[in-house]
Ligand binder design. Sequence first.
Ligand code: SF4
Length: 231
Amino acid sequence: MHAKLQHSKDLLQKIESDYAPNLVFACSFGAEDVVLVDLISRYAPKINIITLDTGRLHQQTYDVMDACRQKYGIEIKVCFPDTQEVESMLTTHGANLFYSSIENRKMCCAVRKVHVLKKVLKNQQAWVTGVRRDQASSRQEMQEIEDDQAFGIKKANPLLAWSEKNIWQYIEENDVPCNALHAQGFPSIGCEPCTRAITVGEDPRSGRWWWEQEDAVAECGLHASPLNMNK
Ligand code: SF4
């Protein structure tokens, strides 16, 4: 764990020196992301922290957002989707469109997340994520620093080699604020209508979009290849 931690610190400092101020961490306030908030505020504070407020988040996510703001004294830029896009989507397809088809779910993720992130990343050179390799089979090939073809900039994944156990050990040892939903069995925290608790032995990704067919890609488009984004 000590070596992994040191490696992640070094990587954060390297990307800070290579890309700041044109570098953002897109934080969702899940367990991995609060670890990164802690590491960035200690070791690489020039990395800008942003969050996408889809308009459908859990109250517990707003609570941990404020707890991080308070504990670390950091600025967290909150980015909302385009009002007209949301209004038009809901007028045409209804407020709960994501349950009616995979296409509608992907449309909602595109409007509420992907388009917003695209706008945020437009003038950046790199972005940071909290993804871990063992979270999903679709993340096996990811690299710590890679070309993000979807957004046309570099993408850094400093926690790629961390296990879930490493994450929780770090949170406990450093008293990092974390989302109360994890204690209720939520493996990952997304939008309120699209995430749920899972039971022991279930695939962690089944906590998202569980009503879709098993072979559907359980990604929202933020970490998908350009191929997957078009599905
Ligand atoms: S996770 Fe659900 S509510 Fe959130 S943007 Fe995607 S489809 Fe919409």
